[in-house]
Design a protein around this ligand. Structure first.
Ligand code: ACM
Length: 536
């Protein structure tokens, strides 16, 4: 391989790569031999690489591409794999089927970039460099959150989004399905959630200025069907990606309250699906009907999403309505709580216990790292010190620090960057430098960090093109660092990324171009600022 393709420009960077010299030629006669248990990996290879290369990659017991489960690789865990490409054959092995799916993505990256897109399909044969790879991820949670509540995206786009995650060996799509501005999850027991809650009359345009908010005059709507969501879950599973649903409570529920005012603290009040961005002060009430609602919704959510984790939001919940509501104050007193503000932890605890009873793990956004019951796996999003506080307390932690993982901030300080969440840029360098479990922490605390994920809130992001511009190449950086851990060095990443962009080009990803600004080793974040994210 030419020296100009460092580490074969694999992204994320594999644990161990040993170039062997020579090439393996794939042509129309190249067949695939899947040993027992490896059939899903063979199906994925055929469905992705078949149409793109124009080769049949037919199944055959004589196949020179051999995919095998091998217990002896158990030390590589659920996602690790071993790959040997020799001049005559390719052998991919893993202890678990998911490891084979990760290895298939490596095989795709070893092919020339045009082989990802079908661009040079007529060529009849393709070459892979001979190489020996052993690969295992640093941590098990490597995800991306996409907010489809602020701006809806059709399920066809979500499938492409999953394909791009899988290419980068990211394993979790966290779907933010409900918020003040829209409810996208169909619930048979509460049909108005989508018939009313999925449509808003207009949207705030850009951040609020000194003269307040401005609005467009364009209704925005969209909801999924259960069949679409089940199909997405299946599609993602075939690529080794888990779809984790998020249903926000007890705040960020204005769309639900527009549909069912009786769920709020003032049943007589008529609310619209919110048209502004920011934190809305309307929250769920704390009467039993609300818990019946939450449980019924979550039963249907669990029926569609087999994910072990169910996210119930929990952040940015103003408690003023509870403080002003005689019923909520009474409830707080009856439950022996110190004040109505304590209803938040009590609420989350009740719903968390319900999920645990149903065999799922509750996930929540943690504001301080110390406010949720220990059953919760927490996404600490405000300050890195909260991740440490949560891990010390005994939580499993996903590090989602906003100054390092929020992709709705601009990528550089260039004034021509598209409209973004107000605040300093989150640079490519910052994302790549983000250590979810810093080496300075005690081992027991580090061990509680499941990993990290990127967040794309979509107040200012409407289209797939905008999603991909903001996501790439920063998701490449998150994928590289989260798979490789402390071994992910910045100069090496930049070098591999320069080659990897050919793959993004082949797949038509409108990523932010690599220029001096985006590749500058600049970080704007003060990682322990302690400040909340500014709200528009
Ligand atoms: C959040 O940024 N609302 C978790």
């Amino acid at each position: 391989m030419p020296a100009s393709r460092p580490d074969l420009a694999l992204l994320p960077r594999p644990t161990k790569v040993s170039p062997l010299g020579g090439r393996l030629v794939l042509d129309r006669d190249t067949a695939v031999r899947a040993l027992p248990g490896a059939e899903p990996a063979a199906a994925l290879l055929r469905s992705l690489a078949g149409p793109a290369t124009g080769l049949p990659l037919a199944p055959s017991p004589e196949g020179r591409i051999v995919l095998a489960l091998d217990e002896q690789l158990g030390g590589l865990g659920e996602e690790g794999y071993g790959l040997t490409v020799g001049p005559q054959a390719l052998l991919l092995r893993a202890a678990h089927p998911t490891g084979l799916l990760r290895g298939i993505q490596t095989v795709r990256q070893l092919l020339p970039a045009e082989a990802l897109s079908g661009g040079a399909r007529g060529s009849g044969s393709w070459e892979l460099p001979c190489v020996e790879i052993t690969d295992v991820p640093d941590r098990p949670w490597r995800g991306a959150m996409l907010d489809v509540a602020r701006h809806f995206q059709p399920v066809g786009y979500l499938r492409r989004y999953v394909d791009l995650l899988a290419l980068h060996k990211l394993n979790t799509l966290h779907l933010h399905l409900t918020d003040d501005q829209g409810w996208r999850m169909p619930v048979d027991a509460y049909p108005r959630l989508t018939s009313v809650g999925s449509r808003r009359s207009r949207s705030q345009k850009g951040p609020s200025g000194p003269d307040g908010a401005h609005f467009d005059a364009v209704p925005h709507e969209g909801a999924y069907t259960k069949a679409e969501l089940r199909g997405l879950v299946r599609y993602a599973a075939e690529r080794g990606v888990t779809v984790v649903p998020e249903i926000e409570m007890p705040g960020h529920v204005r769309a639900a309250l527009a549909a069912y005012p009786e769920l709020g603290n003032d049943p007589a009040r008529k609310l619209d699906v919110w048209t502004r961005w920011g934190v809305c002060d309307t929250v769920l009430g704390v009467h039993e009907g609300v818990f019946d609602f939450c449980r019924a919704v979550l039963e249907e959510v669990m029926d569609v999403f087999p994910s072990p984790y169910i996210h119930i939001g929990g952040e940015e919940c103003p408690t003023t309505e509870w403080e002003n509501s005689p019923a909520a104050r009474e409830r707080a007193a009856a439950e022996g709580l110190a004040d109505p503000a304590a209803l938040h932890g009590w609420f989350m605890g009740r719903i968390g216990a319900f999920l645990v009873e149903r065999g799922r793990i509750p996930l929540g956004w943690a504001e301080t790292g110390t406010e949720l019951p220990l059953d919760f796996t927490v996404m600490t999003w405000r300050d890195p010190s909260h991740a440490l506080a949560a891990a010390r307390r005994g939580h499993q932690v996903i590090a989602a620090h906003h100054r390092a993982t929020y992709l709705d901030y601009a990528q550089t300080g260039d004034p021509s960057e598209p409209v973004a969440q107000p605040g300093a840029p989150v640079t490519l360098r910052t994302v790549h430098g983000h250590e979810p479990a810093p080496a300075a922490w005690a081992e027991a605390e580090r061990a509680r960090v499941l990993g990290t994920q990127a967040q794309l809130w979509t107040e200012y992001v409407r289209t797939p093109e905008e999603i991909e511009y903001l996501s790439y190449p920063r998701l490449c950086a998150l994928a590289d660092r989260s798979w490789s851990g402390g071994r992910g060095d910045w100069p090496g990443f930049v070098e591999r990324l320069r080659h990897h962009t050919a793959r993004l080009d082949a797949l038509g990803v409108p990523y932010r171009p690599l220029d001096a600004r985006s590749l500058a080793a600049t970080t704007y974040a003060s990682p322990s600022s302690g400040t909340a994210r500014p709200l528009s």
